[in-house]
Design a protein around this ligand. Sequence first.
Ligand code: ATP
Ligand code: ASP
Ligand code: MG
Length: 311
Amino acid sequence: MSVQIHIKETNKVKGVVTNIQTETLSYLTQYFLKNKFRWLLPVILSPVTDPLWPDPRSSGIKPLSVRIYGNEMKLMHSMILHKQVAIALGLKRVFILSPNIRVEPPEKISTGRHAFEFTQLDFEIENATLDYILRFVEDLFVSLIAHIKKNCVEELEILGRDLRVPRRPFRKYYYTDLVEEHGESWEEIISKDNRDPVWVLSIPREFYDREDPQRPGLYRNYDLILPEGFGEVLSGGEREYQWERIKKRMLKDGLKPEDYGLYYDLARKNLLRPSAGAGIGIERLVRFIAGLRHIRDVQLFERIPGVIPRI
Ligand code: ATP
Ligand code: ASP
Ligand code: MG
């Protein structure tokens, strides 16, 4: 006798969302392949991961670690440093669907956009500039939304989602102006005030995002903020690649350069290459496309801050 799965109302939503997620991943991966990217497999455990510090919004999250073969290995926060190593090893354009573990504080359950386990579509391009990445991402988002509108008609109708194809170029804000005008709630405010995604530029954060050599205090990085209150979906930047600059930034952040393994060896020998890239949170993107308010509605196996899953 075959096992019958009874689909309740809530599970019907998850089924529909899974269709949208499948179409989204299929479109995104094809887009990167058409643009001559190499598709890397993810790393789960590594002696080296993104410190997330001092991104003002990372809430002091520390990586989890396990001991294997007598050594500490960390669960990945993000593959940013692996992306830079891949570029140094001669790969010119790379992307990865990268599972990330971040033990977000339990109160983050109320944001609706934090999970403790999620997937980034992380990409990096040798010699790319901020302007190139902004154009690339705008093309990607506009064509993805148009594609979903055309190919997920039934799903969007069931969810009652009226999805708008954004107009480009997306509006740009500077981080310091936003903080000055709105204080800490800037993300929520600009996300609710805009009908299309917007860029936030020059955010002081981790050592790997490039500080403008001509204008110290300005950063060559960017966040993409979705409209309708959905908030951040992407972060990225041009990268620091010169050893003296990296060393200075790491020491300023209280990090030990020698803890950074092969990244450190390559950086010290000035073998890192100029590059830029970004990471797109897949669950956040699907949540926006589906028009659902909580990330738990798009994760089939929910990984919500403070909640122990049963599977
Ligand atoms: P936030 O400020 O919203 O906490 P972040 O700036 O700390 O996010 P990044 O380090 O920039 O996050 O991570 C890159 C991308 O990964 C984010 O833009 C987002 O789309 C996704 N992401 C980060 N943290 C989470 C999370 N806890 N749950 C789901 N997606 C996440
Ligand atoms: N993936 C992001 C980037 O490319 C970094 C992060 O996840 O924190 O900059
Ligand atoms: Mg970010």
